[in-house]
Design a binder for this molecule. Structure first.
Ligand code: NAD
Length: 305
């Protein structure tokens, strides 16, 4: 399989490293120093203190790649329109473009630009941290679940590639449950870890933080119920707490963004709960405030003391 990964940040790099064992993998990213490092010395991946180097192709120019069987989109939400534009020259009539991004709304942007018949979605419980140009850390194992839509055989082939490379993967027929199941977890963890500047586990350990998490998660679960989405677990708060504990030492990607002064994905996570709440008549004051606070963090990055 010839596979392009648009967005070679933490997760794109980790997947590029793993999947190039069984596929021709191209990493496409605008960060020139990272691309240069990968082409010069390979992509180094660290897992439990052990490092290994592999050699996926890396470029900043989609014209170097040509047509692909599949394209994974792993940019941050703000870069999704850019990713859609890059994907055009990689897509033939049977190419599948699959977003594994967090949040709600990225698939819709890709589908609008590339055609819904080409665009699929998945969620991943893998964790990754970019340590520097050409250097990624595998920060957590976890299953990747692909929607069976838009085309079961193609999505199954992607899941099979993941499995062949040692990454647990499954197919699901319920895309909404998949996406909202992950969204509720991100709603409970990301904004609070970014605002409090704590690793995931602190949210579960501190009663004051847990109370805020409970309120944000309850709103998101109420919105899911109002829109008819059946979450893939019956106790949302217990599930989010379990994820926070299991990934206790991790810095959420939103915290990493804030520490780096990069734009966060708040509008596609807590902001998406607010938008859907308005649409379905469910009040979401806690998610609204969390969204506004993180948006204020985003725009004040340059002035932070
Ligand atoms: P990331 O922040 O690591 O990378 C995003 C972009 O920023 C990339 O183009 C990358 O090259 C660039 N970048 C990163 N560090 C840079 C630096 N120091 N200087 C210049 N450019 C830099 O993105 P990510 O964490 O891989 O997230 C991609 C998508 O995957 C998001 O939707 C995220 O929510 C989702 N996701 C991430 C994880 C994770 O563990 N990282 C887990 C599940 C889902």
């Amino acid at each position: 399989m010839k596979l392009a990964i648009i967005g070679a940040g933490a997760m794109g790099s980790l997947l590029g490293f793993c999947l190039c064992a069984e596929a021709e993998v191209w990493l496409l990213d605008p960060w020139q120093a990272h691309v240069d490092a990968m082409n010069a010395g390979g992509l180094v991946c660290e897992l439990n203190g052990v490092t290994e180097t592999r050699h996926p192709y890396a470029t900043t120019n989609p014209a170097e790649i040509g047509l692909c069987d599949a394209v994974l989109v792993l940019v941050k939400a703000e870069q999704t329109p850019w990713a859609a534009a890059q994907a055009r020259s990689l897509c033939g009539s049977t190419t599948l473009v699959v977003t594994l991004q967090n949040g709600v709304g990225n698939r819709e942007i890709l589908a609008e630009q590339l055609g819904p018949e080409h665009v699929g979605q998945g969620v991943t419980a893998l964790g990754a941290t970019l340590l520097g140009p050409g250097h990624v850390r595998h920060a957590g194992q976890g299953t990747t679940i692909f929607s069976a839509a838009p085309e079961r055989a193609g999505m199954a082939a992607l899941a099979a590639l993941f499995s062949a490379c040692g990454l647990p993967a499954e197919l699901s027929d319920d895309l909404e449950a998949l996406v909202w199941g992950k969204l509720v977890v991100n709603v409970g963890i990301n904004a609070l870890t970014a605002l409090l500047r704590v690793p995931n586990g602190a949210l579960a350990a501190l009663p004051e933080a847990r109370a805020l998490m409970a309120a944000a998660v309850a709103e998101a679960a109420a919105v899911a119920q109002a829109r008819g989405t059946l979450l893939p677990y019956s106790h949302p708060l217990e599930h989010v707490l379990a994820v926070a504990r299991a990934t206790g030492a991790n810095r959420s990607s939103m915290l990493q963004d804030v520490l780096r002064g990069s734009p966060t994905e708040i509008s596609t996570i807590n902001g998406a709960v607010v938008r859907e709440g308005l649409r379905w008549g469910v009040p979401t004051p806690v998610n609204q405030l969390l969204t506004q606070l993180v948006q204020a963090l985003d725009v004040s990055a340059a002035q932070r003391v």
